[in-house]
Design a protein around this ligand. Sequence first.
Ligand SMILES: [Zn+2]
Length: 171
Amino acid sequence: MNQSIKQHTSLLQSLRAVSLSKSYKYLVPPGVFAAALIFSLLALVNCQTRKIEPVAIAAEDMCSYCRMAISEKRVAAELIDSESQAFKFDDIGCMVNFVKNQKNSAKTVAYFVMDFENREWVKAESAFFVRSNEIRTPMNGGIIAFKDRAKAQAAADKYHGTLVRFDTIIQ
Ligand SMILES: [Zn+2]
């Protein structure tokens, strides 16, 4: 009984050794290696795009659209292009105009807007925007952004505005 288990085990081991050596050298087509290489390169690129960080606004920064000083940080906006260049705006409306008028030939890879309350960058796609004629912003864009939906809703009620997402703002 013991003998047969031992034989069985050693048979399995030798089969495994054969399959490892042979399949690795002869059975894996070269295309698989190429695919693996392409896949890991794609993963690397993907990883890099995910790591795009917003750039802080410096005192001397001007709006990339209207060329005015960025006086009110709580309504500032920023976009980063595929060449890692940051364009900063004094008004969310200026960023929208900049995009609509195709002022930059490189592809935009990230949009950030300032949280109206906390003055922290928020990815534009995850922010909640309030648009109202009663909101006064430097260039009369009339748009403010919030990270928190409830706070955006409260501002929309206060200014008799509408709560919208970034796809509506940028279209
Ligand atoms: Zn501006």
